[in-house]
Write a protein that binds this ligand. Structure first.
Ligand SMILES: Cc1cc2nc3c(=O)[nH]c(=O)nc-3n(C[C@H](O)[C@H](O)[C@H](O)COP(=O)(O)OP(=O)(O)OC[C@H]3O[C@@H](n4cnc5c(N)ncnc54)[C@H](O)[C@@H]3O)c2cc1C
Length: 425
């Protein structure tokens, strides 16, 4: 693990003790070693969808970009299905189109999400979210998005991919960030951008405090075939003791997103395949008969929001910047937004021949991204808090809110905007 490797460094060697007090760091001999460092304008840590999108966004401005990724190249080129179906907003589809990635996604891998119904417990009433003339989003599997972005990045001019590599230390100074990889290779760049997941190890090592919210729940995702047509309707069913989302995929297929308290999910996942299917059939029975047709994958429900999106010559994007709860389907949409916003600031600085890693550039990015993401981040956590509280008075409040929201046009419009554009307020 990166952090462990970091700590394992010889603390007597100031050079490799990351983020030692300023004076101590400046006395280190990294300068001499940096003579042999490979030079880039930007080093991106993590070739997930956010890191790849950011590197691609920079391609037009002719900067030299290195992407450091711990996975092997083959796994990036042919990513495996991971159960995640990503609801992409229209803005995200446009961004992917501009990056040349959307055209690489086959039509039959894109499922329209026409409308969404939010249900509470056993109540027959629901909140119906839709937009006249337009669908709410388009669903594409995470691995398909990753593959499309990788195809565009692979061989793109100015982009160097360093796979099966991890960052061991970063030392920023007035002129550059010096990056040491676990293989011993050294890189020098004007800016380091971390897209190394919501559990980002470099974020902590750079001294950025992060608000982590562990909901004590686990998500299990898998595909099913249903006995009835879904009409492109997604269901978000806040049942008691469980939350079930059903996402419509092409044909009669759906993606099931089942959320349970950790202990209950552990028990469910320990069942053999047949017992698991029987248990899940019972849980989904009110929504129709469904047959599982894919492997199952699980993810912990942990959201993160750092106190800052930047440090000296270092910026966070993707889940490393905003780790959303999946219920409002905005993690990657925000990841793409971060990639576009930061790339815009960096390109503008480059065209002015300014320092692309300066505090001014990073501050502007941070301000814009915080404004765009914090309201929905807080609202999403609040909704989850309310709709996973099964106490009797809360059950009544949950039901009332759904009824009111379904009748109050402005509130409904606000919720639809939150789902489709990430805008709240
Ligand atoms: C069940 C589920 C459903 C979701 N649904 C939606 C949705 O509908 N809409 C939506 O917008 N979002 C959704 N999301 C969120 C979305 O999947 C994430 O926001 C997105 O995948 C994050 O991309 P990323 O590139 O920031 O991080 P990741 O995909 O986590 O990629 C991080 C990369 O960094 C690499 N890495 C990590 N540490 C290091 C290191 N030290 N050195 C080198 N490399 C490193 C990793 O190997 C990885 O390749 C969902 C998430 C889940 C779990």
């Amino acid at each position: 693990m990166l952090t462990a490797a970091w700590q394992a460094r010889d603390p007597s060697n100031a050079l490799f003790v990351p983020f030692a007090p300023r004076g101590a760091r400046r006395r280190g001999s990294f300068g001499a070693a940096a003579m042999s460092a490979r030079r880039f304008d930007v080093v991106v840590i993590g070739a997930g969808p956010a890191g790849l999108a950011f590197a691609l966004s920079l391609a037009p401005c002719g900067l030299a970009v290195a992407i450091v990724e711990r996975q092997p190249r083959q796994r990036l080129a042919q990513p495996a299905f991971d159960g995640r179906e990503i609801a992409l907003t229209n803005a995200s589809v446009d961004r992917l189109r501009r990056l040349g990635a959307w055209e690489r996604i086959p039509d039959d891998e894109i499922s329209p999400l026409v409308s969404a119904r939010v249900l509470n417990g056993a109540s027959p009433r629901f909140l119906d979210l839709r937009r006249d003339g337009e669908g709410l989003a388009r669903l594409v599997s995470n691995h398909v998005i990753r593959r499309a972005l990788f195809e565009r990045v692979d061989g793109a001019p100015g982009v160097t991919l360093l796979t099966e590599e991890r960052v061991a230390a970063i030392r920023p100074d007035e002129h550059a960030a010096h990056v040491e990889l676990e293989s011993g290779e050294r890189l020098r760049a004007r800016l380091v951008v971390a897209a190394d997941s919501r559990f980002s190890a470099t974020r902590a090592a750079m001294g950025i405090a992060t608000r982590v919210r562990d909901f004590g729940r686990t998500i299990c995702v898998f595909r099913v075939e249903s006995d009835r047509p879904h009409g492109g309707i997604a269901y978000e069913w806040f049942d008691y003791r469980q939350t079930v989302a059903l996402l419509p995929l092409n044909g009669h297929r759906c993606s099931v997103v089942l959320t349970l308290p950790n202990r209950e999910m552990r028990r469910l996942l320990a069942l053999d395949e047949r017992e698991f299917d029987r248990d899940v059939e019972r849980r989904l029975a009110p929504r129709g008969r469904m047959r599982r047709i894919s492997e199952r994958f699980s993810y912990p429900v942990v959201t993160v929001y750092p106190s800052r999106f930047a440090a000296e010559r270092y910026a966070l994007i993707g889940d490393a910047a905003v780790g959303m709860h999946p219920v409002t389907a905005h993690g990657f949409n925000f990841g793409l937004l971060a990639a576009t916003t930061l790339a815009g600031e960096v390109s503008a600085a480059a065209s002015r021949r300014d320092d692309i890693g300066s505090a001014t550039v990073l501050r502007r990015y941070e301000r814009r991204h915080r404004l765009a993401t914090l309201p929905l981040y807080l609202a999403t956590n609040g909704i989850v808090e309310l709709y996973t509280n099964d106490a009797p008075p809360m059950r009544a409040a949950r039901e009332m809110l759904i009824r009111v929201a379904d009748r109050a046009a402005p509130l409904k419009a606000l919720l639809t905007a939150a789902l489709t554009r990430g805008a709240v307020g």
